[in-house]
Design a protein around this ligand. Structure first.
Ligand SMILES: NC(=O)c1ccc[n+]([C@@H]2O[C@H](COP(=O)([O-])OP(=O)(O)OC[C@H]3O[C@@H](n4cnc5c(N)ncnc54)[C@H](OP(=O)(O)O)[C@@H]3O)[C@@H](O)[C@H]2O)c1
Length: 248
């Protein structure tokens, strides 16, 4: 039976990814933080950890190690999906609060994936694959979300280093989603504005990311690849910057 580990699998995209692989007959090791909305299943194992804390990640690594060893199981896949998305402005003016804010983003997006890859290195199955979910804003500066963007860029670079390190054993690729699924708090005006800044102009939904993940998990020729799944938003931004409506 094939086995996949998914971080941030308790809700939203991570939950849909877990349900997809359960439906394919895989065993799913689902990491969650606060919320676990996954229905129990005989092939589902859940592990709690706060990925912003090194101690909590070390505890998760130990639990995963124990479980994989006790069940003589190898990992066929891993999706680094868990993410922290807090605008810098909500942090306020205290430098100490900014220290926590940046540390939290860096640990969820870089520290935890680094430690997990290190902890799991003995457990890769033949032809295993890893997908890191980054963001198109890894390659676009955004002053409102500087900690988020910089740490997602870190995740992306880390994944490419791991593609080198694990060459011949594990393929490692990156997906850069655009705004595939709005948060409940996003207003209609915001949604329309964002959609107008893409070429496809539709909320793509999590299926778009699941499709890309499945493709990268199966694509034997791909490692060290960064795939944008953004409805053309990255290109649209560049297009706007060409001042195309200017006549002179
Ligand atoms: N939705 C989009 O349009 C969009 C756009 C660009 C990129 N992405 C990327 O696509 C992925 C999935 O998106 P999403 O919309 O499902 O993201 P999301 O709603 O922000 O969910 C992220 C997951 O990460 C977990 N998480 C947050 N802080 C954590 C922590 N400290 N420790 C451990 N887990 C933590 C959350 O669990 P808790 O709630 O329990 O903390 C949740 O399960 C993310 O990597 C995101 O950055 C999404």
């Amino acid at each position: 039976m094939k086995t996949i580990l998914i971080t941030g699998a308790g809700r939203r995209l991570g939950k849909d990814l877990a349900e997809y692989w359960l439906a394919q007959g895989w065993r799913v090791l689902a990491h969650y933080n606060t919320a676990n909305e996954l229905a129990s299943h005989e092939r589902l194992m859940s592990f709690q950890a706060d990925l912003s804390s090194a101690d909590s990640v070390l505890g998760l690594c130990e639990q995963l190690n124990d479980w994989l060893r006790a069940n003589v199981t190898q990992l066929d896949g891993l999706v680094h999906n868990a993410s922290c998305f807090v605008p810098d402005a909500v942090v306020g003016d205290r430098l100490r609060d900014h220290a926590e804010h940046v540390q939290k983003h860096l640990h969820v997006h870089v520290g935890a994936p680094y430690l997990l890859m290190e902890a799991l290195k003995e457990y890769w199955a033949n032809q295993a694959a890893v997908v890191a979910i980054s963001d198109i804003y890894s390659d676009i500066p955004n002053q409102r979300f500087a900690a988020y963007c910089a740490s997602k860029a870190g995740l992306q670079n880390l994944a490419l280093s791991q593609a080198q390190r694990l060459a011949g054993k594990v393929r490692v690729n990156v997906i850069q989603p655009g705004p595939v699924k709005f948060l409940p708090e996003h207003s209609e005006a915001y949604r329309q504005q964002v959609l107008s800044q893409s070429l496809i102009r539709e909320e793509l939904g999590y299926e778009a990311i699941i499709d890309a993940c499945v493709y990268l998990m199966n694509a034997r020729a791909l490692t060290g690849t960064v795939m944008r799944v953004d409805g053309g938003r990255f290109v649209t931004n560049r297009y706007d910057q060409t001042f195309v409506n200017q006549t002179s």
